[in-house]
Ligand binder design. Structure first.
Ligand SMILES: C[S@@+](CC[C@H](N)C(=O)[O-])C[C@H]1O[C@@H](n2cnc3c(N)ncnc32)[C@H](O)[C@@H]1O
Length: 258
């Protein structure tokens, strides 16, 4: 999938309209290729529709795909390790989605014989209903949910419930909100693990173009950096070596703390 300069006329497999054969893609990323195809096909038909059976099917498949699970485990395990090092008292997760990341975190905690209180939030109540099954599955872990639109500050009620140091982790949510959300997050979290695709080069890349079509907005590191410097002066770009040595255009994991 290359972001070529020949104009964006998406068709068969790639953003530039070139056919991409499944064999050209490492096995771990084939679901992402399928998703890109579905997004492009749907846009050819008109507006992207999250409720289209094909879209629901493919995103259901994504949650079990190798890369998606691996990346979720990375977010959870790094958060758990940081929690151990910093004596974290509370986990917070924002943007619950279909509770895939929450499920991974609860599973990792159980495997490591740990039990830290976890508060999961989303902007939509209906999303939080996905948590009920998980709460029953992991009764030994204190799992609470609450509404929070991260484009605004956390409510006094939520702030009061969280014990510090608190670690907030998330995946694929910041891109649906805005840059100010980082300031709002800093009002409640001491450590953050951001699992978003953040554009490092300042030039839109294939991921940005594809995600834009499903409501996510590209975020540029150059815009995020000054905000982070104010809110979380200590920062670690997990992919830094790949960004610098092979020109990877996207940050996938950003760890920050006060
Ligand atoms: C792509 S899903 C997240 C998937 C999930 N984190 C995972 O890794 O499985 C994005 C979620 O962000 C939530 N969201 C979007 N805008 C938000 C906002 N302004 N505040 C809080 N949550 C928001 C959506 O309701 C949705 O549940």
């Amino acid at each position: 999938m290359r972001n070529g300069k020949r104009g964006l006329r998406p068709q068969k497999g790639s953003l530039t309209g070139e056919e991409v054969r499944e064999e050209e893609i490492p096995e771990a990323f084939r679901t992402e290729l399928k998703i890109t195809r579905v997004i492009v096909e749907m846009l050819d038909l008109g507006k992207f529709d999250w409720n289209h059976p094909k879209v629901r099917g493919i995103f259901g498949e994504l949650s079990k795909a190798p890369f998606y699970s691996f990346f979720g485990k990375m977010v959870a395990r790094i958060s758990l390790r940081l929690a151990e090092l910093a004596d974290v008292q509370n986990f917070l997760e924002i943007g619950a989605g279909k509770a895939n990341l929450t499920g991974i975190m609860l599973n990792q905690m159980t495997q490591q014989n740990k039990s830290l209180p976890l508060f999961v939030t989303d902007a939509h109540q209906i999303v939080l209903e996905n948590m009920e099954k998980l709460a029953d599955e992991y009764p030994e872990i204190k799992l609470e949910t609450g509404l929070w639109d991260i484009t605004g500050p956390p409510s006094a009620d939520l702030v009061e419930k969280i014990c510090h140091p608190a670690l907030l982790y998330e995946r694929y949510t910041l891109n649906y909100a805005n840059l100010e959300s980082i300031i709002n997050i800093s009002k409640i979290a001491d450590i953050v693990v951001f699992g978003d695709w953040i554009n490092y080069t300042g030039q839109l890349f294939a991921y940005d173009e594809v995600f834009k079509k499903i409501g996510s907005r590209p975020m540029f590191y150059k815009d995020i950096k000054p905000i982070l410097d104010d809110c979380f002066p200590n920062q670690l770009i997990f992919d830094k070596r790949a960004l610098d040595t092979i020109g990877l255009p996207t940050i996938s994991l950003l760890i920050c703390w006060r």
